[in-house]
Design a protein around this ligand. Structure first.
Ligand code: ATP
Ligand code: MG
Length: 563
């Protein structure tokens, strides 16, 4: 199980401690979070954000927000806007250090010219196909391009003309001149610049050549004076190239450090796949509460503090692994338990008539807003002759362990009275109304004669209740690792029942003061969040997470397995 200590002792902080000890960067710690604006951020990014901004906070250093927008075709303003919103919502501050990689295009080009001048890069006229065919394999060396030995003068001339727009897409590339038989395939004369006549969201039509990721990324880090360039494991075998580029042009050289990506069960964690789910209408937009996107989690009712705490507790590792979705829910529940005000709401109402309660009487019952937080105070909940309870809290013929309401049985109505069921009224075989009585001596929930009841139910006053729609979410996939099957598409595992919409819910009137995205608990039901689609006519709640601790159950099972 991930522990709080894992975070304090992670290997990245160990590296930083050592660098501080040896004064490698003059005592500076400067990280960055570098999203590519080609989709909305997901909880994997949250891990990276918490790590980079968290390190900056811990060491009183700095962390930049940098858009890695070197690829013109895929980037959109909408993504830039959403990423800014999400990082800020998570609680982090880049101060005045919001950067765009595309702002460095001139500088990157100048550095490429420098690389050519040093005889370390050449223009290759080979086709993409030829280049990939001559790269060799893991077990066989690649072949040198026939253009590899062009003179520096010729390379400079052709590269300048590439930039000027003389050639079409794919006609030429600039390649680093490293080693075509290098055991690391990334070092076999990788492409530095490609021709792409495409408009860019920031630089418009200014460029028709664009830098490749490996070339651009280290330069971005260098230009921004980053000390520790933290990225995910798949870049481990790109590190030699990161180092090679910076060494060749002899510029300031940050340290790249790789850590394991976050994966969570029953979901997918790639912008490409998430985009597919959105574009093909499997979900309702990037902020669909079923998605692991930060905007989806916000709409579902996850709090920034809970997400940060989750990221802290899963720790930072060098080996890829999968975190149980239930552990995320555990962290969410733990936070909401402390912070969410309680209300009563009935999802599937069953009418209850209190026969011995006058029709014109209304009592204001005092209810506790949050038993975990006395400062949250109390509120009044109206009680009257006609109430609603949860359909499933009544059974005409209760089986053995069903302690809730049944004919002849007495239970407690929370914050109110003991209520006894006299009779169930049916229509077409279905129970549509319960006739009940209260014991007036039990107001507040205890009987003076000391008699006990076995359950306490939530309820609302029918006349005072507000109508609401409640959206219940389940896992979006039926498979633990939907993207991990070679012979199946991840979409084959979409859960057809991941969304259930209840449209005739009844909620106590105090919810009228709630604002969009407020996080609450409906007693006995779970945690919920006010959906931004709500308006004064129609309240909509999203269920964030149930009350039951499914994580504890999983842990118990795991413990049983190992003992
Ligand atoms: P995706 O595969 O979802 O598109 P990406 O790595 O291409 O992710 P970027 O925008 O390039 O997305 O990522 C920005 C930063 O977030 C990078 O430093 C990347 O390593 C990190 N990151 C992305 N996904 C995860 C993850 N699942 N866990 C931890 N960090 C991640
Ligand atoms: Mg990427």
């Amino acid at each position: 199980m991930p522990s709080e200590e894992a975070e304090a002792h992670d290997f990245i902080r160990d590296i930083i401690n050592e660098d501080l000890r040896t004064n490698k960067y003059g005592g500076r710690v400067h990280t960055r979070f570098p999203p590519e604006p080609n989709g909305y951020l997901h909880i994997g990014h949250a891990k990276s954000i918490c790590l980079n901004f968290g390190i900056a906070e811990d060491y009183k250093g700095k962390c930049n927000l940098r858009f890695d927008d070197t690829n013109p075709a895929k980037e959109e303003e909408e993504y830039v806007r959403s990423i800014i919103e999400d990082v800020r919502w998570l609680g982090f501050d880049w101060e005045d250090r919001l950067f765009f990689a595309s702002d460095y295009f001139d500088q990157m080009y100048d550095y490429a010219v420098e690389l050519v001048k040093r005889g370390k890069a050449y223009v290759d006229d080979s086709t993409a196909d030829e280049i990939s065919r001559t790269r060799g394999t893991l077990t066989s060396p690649g072949q040198k391009s026939p253009y590899r030995d062009r003179s520096i003068e010729e390379n400079l001339d052709v590269f300048t003309r590439m930039r000027a727009g003389e050639f079409g897409d794919g006609e030429k590339v600039l390649r680093a001149k490293i080693d075509m038989s290098h055991p690391n395939m990334n070092m076999r004369d990788p492409i530095v610049y490609r021709i792409l006549h495409a408009s860019h969201h920031n630089t418009g039509e200014k460029w028709c050549i664009y830098p490749m990721y490996d070339w651009a990324h280290g330069l971005e880090d260098s230009i921004e004076n980053i000390t520790h360039s933290i990225c995910t494991l798949e870049f481990e075998n790109h590190r030699p190239l990161y180092d090679w580029f910076l060494d060749q042009i002899e510029v300031y050289h940050p340290q790249q450090i790789e850590f394991a990506r976050l994966n969570i069960t029953y979901t997918v964690m790639s912008k490409r796949m998430l985009k597919q789910l959105v574009d093909e209408g499997h979900v309702n937009g990037w902020d669909d509460p079923r998605l692991p996107t930060i905007s989806g989690m916000r709409r579902r009712g996850y709090s920034p503090a809970a997400i940060r705490n989750f990221c802290k507790r899963i720790g930072v590792a060098k080996v890829n692994s999968m975190v149980d979705f239930e552990f995320l829910e555990y962290c969410i529940r733990e936070d909401l338990n402390k912070t969410a005000p309680r209300f009563m709401g009935v999802l599937q109402p069953l009418k209850v008539v209190i026969e011995n309660y006058p029709d014109d009487k209304v009592e204001e019952m005092e209810a506790v807003n949050n038993p975990e937080d006395p400062s949250a105070g109390t509120r009044k909940v109206p009680f009257s002759r006609e109430l609603c309870i949860e359909e499933e809290d009544f059974m005409e013929e209760p089986p053995k362990k069903f302690y809730r309401l049944a004919p002849g049985r007495e239970v407690r109505f929370r914050y109110a009275y003991f209520v006894k069921c006299k009779e169930a009224i049916k229509q077409n075989g279905k129970v549509v109304e319960l006739r009940c009585t209260v014991d007036p001596d039990t107001r507040g929930g205890n009987a003076p004669d000391g008699r006990k009841v076995k359950s306490t139910l939530h309820w609302v006053s029918a006349r005072h209740a507000m109508d609401a729609e409640v959206r219940l979410y389940d896992k979006l996939f039926t498979e633990k690792d939907p993207a991990g099957h070679k012979d199946a598409d991840f979409k084959d595992f979409i859960n057809p029942n991941s969304l259930e919409v209840l449209t005739s819910c009844k909620i106590e009137p105090a919810v009228k003061n709630l604002k969009p995205l407020d996080r609450i608990q409906f007693e006995r039901l779970g945690y919920f969040c006010v959906d931004p689609d709500s308006n004064s006519e129609k309240l909509i709640f999203n269920r964030t997470v149930g009350l039951r601790d499914t994580w504890a159950k999983i842990q118990k099972q795991q413990q049983q397995k190992t003992t």
